[in-house]
Ligand binder design. Structure first.
Ligand SMILES: [Cu+2]
Length: 136
């Protein structure tokens, strides 16, 4: 089968495949909602960079990126009322993991980072919860 009609059918089939692939990628990337992209800069308290980070009931951190300079950092981690428990952990940096914090609770961790870089932040309970501590 040749000619313009066949070519149109082939084109239509290609478009359908492209649509199907796009749809599947979309569903795999965000089953719930997009990742937060908010960037948080610290307040400075006695020379310590302080971040307020919330573990939200939609299973996200309140910021996607924490922007810091090398030095001492404190993260005041709190968990939104009425939702699931969360924790805060930077696996590359020992001593940064909070306990499991229940809804309405909070816990702070203080640590020092000397090496610039991107340090992934996770909640060990929810694989979809991620953020980055960016030290530069
Ligand atoms: Cu969590």
């Amino acid at each position: 089968m040749t000619g313009p009609a066949a070519a149109r059918r082939r084109l239509a089939a290609t478009a359908l495949v492209a649509l199907a692939v796009t749809g599947a990628g979309c569903a795999a990337e965000h089953p719930d909602s997009p990742r937060p992209t908010a960037v948080e800069k610290p307040t400075i308290s006695d020379g310590v960079q302080v971040f307020q980070l919330v573990g939200m009931s939609n299973m996200r951190f309140s910021a996607g990126t924490l922007e810091a300079k090398p030095g001492k950092i404190r993260v005041d981690f709190s968990v939104e009322d009425g939702g699931a428990s969360h924790n805060f952990d930077i696996p590359k940096l020992p001593g940064t993991r909070t306990g499991i914090v229940g809804a309405g609770g909070s816990q702070s961790v203080t640590f020092t980072v000397t090496e610039p870089g991107d340090y992934p932040v996770i909640c060990t309970l929810h694989p979809n919860m991620s953020a980055v501590l960016r030290v530069s």
